[in-house]
Structures are given as structure tokens and as C-alpha cells.
Design a binder for this molecule. Sequence first.
Ligand code: MG
Length: 167
Amino acid sequence: MYKYLPDYIAQGISDIDYKRLYDMGIRGLCFDIDNTLVGMYDEEIHKKALTLINNLKNMGFSICILSNASKKRTALIATGFGLEYVYRAFKPLKQGFLIVLRILDLEPHKCAMIGDQLFTDIRGGKKAGFLTVMTKRMNNHESLYVRFKRIFEDRIMRKYIKGIEKI
Ligand SMILES: [Mg+2]
């Protein structure tokens, strides 16, 4: 059994049952950027995603962005959403997640990491003690390195996906 499977899966950020997360005691949401909040290399923030983030703030969630992207790209997207952010996080290393906890002022078990990559978002989130939700990538315009990782990621997910609950 692979150790770092997501706790839950969802088609995309709009499909997640956030009320259920809230009822489970989750108060902090930590979003990945690329292929989770916006398309890979996309600089445009879609209205639907912006409305969702605003609704989640109104529901009482504290929200932060955690990205391995550059400062420039992370700041651009985070500012567009009006969110705090951690850039060049080196997920799956724990350091970025620890900064997120300081920003959100929450304990890890009250936070959910939401992202599209098993070996960075989910693995890092699990190591840091977050609840993890893996979303489907928004598009396939990814770097060679990410596409290479996807071969192994897809293999693991195909094997275990039936046992992972949708949320
Ligand atoms: Mg991503």
C-alpha cells in the first residue's frame, strides 16, 4: 500500500463538499496553484474560481496558497484571489506547510491541502499532518519533469483510486 495516498479525491476545486470539510473541523484551506486553482501557465483567474474562494472565506475558512512556483507567479495569482501565499515551497518538504500553519494560525489537523499532484501536494500535506484532497489536473500542458512524474502518479492512482472516497 502506497503510504501517501490522498484522504479524498475530487474532480476539481468546485466539486469539493466544503461544508463537509467544515463539519469535520477543517478551518484552514491550503491551495496549490498550477492545475488546481488555475490552469498550468495560465495567468487568468476565472470568475468561478474567484467566487468560490470568496464564498469559502464567507463560510469561515482561512485560506492560503502554497506553491512551488516562483515568487512572481505565486504573488500574481495569490493577489488576484486576495490570498496570502507561500512561494517556492519545495513541496513535499514540510517547511512550506509549517509557514502556512503560522499564517493561518491553526494546527495541522484543522487544515486541508488541496492540490493536483500526488508527490508534492499530497505527500507533503500528509507528512505535515494536513487532511489532503487531490483534484484532477486542469490540463496537460505540463513540464517534461511533471509529465514524467505523472507516469508513476497515474500508476499509483489507478491502483488505489477505488478505495479513495470522493468529497
Ligand atoms: Mg499543481
